[in-house]
Design a protein around this ligand. Structure first.
Ligand SMILES: O=C(O)c1ccccc1NCC(=O)[C@H](O)[C@H](O)COP(=O)(O)O
Length: 205
């Protein structure tokens, strides 16, 4: 199987349906205050309910307490919670009683192997400013990849630079601005280019 892909920061039904049709494994909805891609739980729910059963709906949160996260997850009919701030492990444990958790770390230097002990089903390595399109030297991911944890690589990925990360064999990739026309508005051409590139990689081209 090829690498899994999450398309993040969706705000429009047509973009979500296209990403699903092209083969995205997961779709992300940002419910964090202050994001340019923030979506209301009502709109996220409408989109979630229109999708097929086999694409994972992810809620993205930043420094929101576990009760607020659980309330929004339920209201928006989402399935996996991505914690993108400085959430203590106890918050993830509380959310994790109800939903699988992805914990994101913003890199300012190499990833730390001890992050593998955080109570989450997968760990996401992002650039310094989430959703900004800013990357980092990809070798910074190695210390965490080497622990055998499920590592999702994000931060400044585009259809053009996937060659930097695919050889690292991450659990998944996560893209927001690299497939957009504007924050929250996906580009059909760039989405198609992304999945065409992945298909070519899987065929060994
Ligand atoms: O995208 C946002 O606006 C955002 C805001 C607050 C917390 C997380 C956010 N995005 C989370 C993601 O999973 C993005 O896909 C990830 O940061 C990569 O973004 P990009 O570098 O633009 O591909």
């Amino acid at each position: 199987m090829g690498v899994r892909v999450k398309i993040c920061g969706l705000t429009r039904l047509e973009d979500a349906l296209l990403a699903e049709a092209l083969g995205a494994h997961a779709l992300g909805f940002v419910l964090a205050p202050g994001s340019k891609r923030r979506i209301s739980p009502e709109t996220a729910r409408t989109i979630s309910e229109a999708l097929g059963p086999f694409v994972v709906r992810v809620g993205v949160f930043r420094d929101q307490g576990p009760e607020e996260v659980l309330k929004l997850m339920e209201a928006a009919r989402l399935q996996v919670a991505q914690l993108h701030g400085a959430e203590p492990p106890e918050w993830a444990e509380r959310v994790g009683r109800f939903f699988p958790v992805v914990k994101a770390f913003s890199l300012e230097g190499p990833a730390r192997p001890e992050w593998a002990a955080y109570p989450a089903q997968a760990l996401l390595l992002d650039g310094k400013a989430p959703g900004s399109g800013e990357g980092y030297p990809r070798a910074w991911a190695r210390p965490l990849l080497e622990t055998g944890a499920r590592v999702i690589l994000a931060g400044g990925l585009t259809p053009e630079n996937l060659g930097e990360v695919l050889p690292l064999k991450p659990y998944a990739l996560d893209l927001a601005s690299g497939v957009e026309e504007a924050p929250g508005v996906k580009s059909p051409a760039r989405l198609r280019a992304l999945f065409a590139r992945l298909e070519a990689w899987n065929r060994g081209v």
